[in-house]
Design a protein around this ligand. Structure first.
Ligand code: ADP
Ligand code: MG
Length: 327
């Protein structure tokens, strides 16, 4: 891609070619004044936006264009999935510096479309503008069965708290990246989790389909803070067993509780729901039960059944102990 030679319309045409076909639900995608979507009966649409800006959310010297492309879409897929929705498509608004090379943009788009294909989430429109620094603003659209969206406000006392995957890898990875030394063999997978997270975007829709949950949130700011949002919105508390929290290899419990950017899914299920192991099999990912929702509005951390810490306000408490990349 030679950006100078292409010009704006040439660039849009090149992006359109790379994007490939969209879903049949899109009556019009890239190429008209706006895209046209035909919703399915009995479904509601969910919309979300997330932006990455050079030198605010990332630096070129600590990631690659292809990994950044993956991450830019992944964080949006994570939000759509955390609502229990399957992705329908996304809009992409690019801010391009004058000196940006076509090769770099191509690599970014390649990374983006890798995630888009896996998630069956087509690019259906967007905008291109000159900018001082590179930015990619994505708006993603998803669909969920009417009335079944997974809400932060839907946790009830007695519900069990579960989480997918293992936590803390992204925070440990960021620490390694920021040391600015050559990554060791053990650090490499952690750094990759930070640079190109792979959220279980299918888990939320599957929970909805199986009617297993009403409440979920993606873990983007650390377990304590994101669970805190659920507790605030649902006006409840929780008891979390620290020894049950699934900590990623190479990460610490503090990374899991306070580190960000894991993009795993935290959700609640009723007391009568199947075991975490059974739910994990259905979702095709690791699921761990870590605690229970309580009437009393505080987050109590336990070890061997005994309270070791209680947070009554300010779930950001844990954030100070770990490095963060954004803002
Ligand atoms: P307008 O001047 O009406 O805003 P544009 O020339 O910006 O139209 O866009 C023309 C078409 O190309 C639209 O369908 C728009 O959604 C699409 N488009 C523009 N930029 C992008 C992009 N970065 N990615 C995908 N589609 C894009
Ligand atoms: Mg435009």
């Amino acid at each position: 891609m030679n950006l100078r030679a292409l010009g704006e319309f040439g660039l849009i045409e090149a992006i359109r070619r790379r994007a490939g076909a969209s879903h049949p639900q899109w009556r019009v995608a890239i190429g008209d004044d706006a895209a046209v979507l035909t919703p399915k009966r009995g479904e509601e649409l969910v919309l979300t936006a997330d932006t990455v800006v050079e030198n605010v959310h990332f630096r070129w010297r600590t990631t690659t264009p292809a990994l950044l492309g993956r991450k830019a879409l992944a964080v949006n897929l994570s939000d759509v999935g955390a609502m229990g929705a399957r992705p329908l498509g996304f809009l992409l608004t690019l801010g391009l510096p004058r000196d940006m090379s076509g090769k770099k943009l191509e690599a970014f788009l390649d990374g983006l479309f890798v995630r888009a294909r896996i998630a069956r989430c087509p690019l259906v429109g967007g905008d291109v503008t000159r900018a001082g620094e590179f930015s990619a603003a994505i708006t993603a659209i998803g669909a969920v069965t009417r009335g079944r969206a997974l809400l932060r406000s839907a946790a009830r006392p007695g519900d069990r708290v579960m989480v997918t995957g293992r936590l803390g890898a992204a925070a440990a990875g960021l620490r390694a990246i920021e040391r600015r030394k050559r990554l060791t063999r053990a650090e490499r997978p952690l750094a990759r989790r930070q640079r190109a997270p792979f959220p279980p975007f299918w888990a939320g829709p599957e929970l909805v389909r199986l009617r297993l949950s009403r409440c979920a949130i993606d873990v983007s700011d650390g377990l304590a803070q994101d669970l805190g949002h659920v507790l605030d919105e649902s006006r409840v508390g929780a008891r979390i067993a620290l020894e049950a929290v699934p900590v990623a290899a190479g990460a610490t419990l503090d990374d899991a509780l306070g580190g960000g950017e894991d993009y795993e899914l935290l959700f609640t299920v009723s007391p009568r729901a199947p075991s975490a192991e059974v739910i994990g099999k259905r979702l095709a990912c690791r699921v761990t039960e870590i605690g229970v929702i309580t009437r009393q509005r505080r987050l109590v951390l336990t070890r061997a059944g005994r309270a070791v810490d209680a947070i009554t306000r300010g779930y950001e408490h844990f954030k100070a102990s770990s490095a963060r990349s954004d803002k």
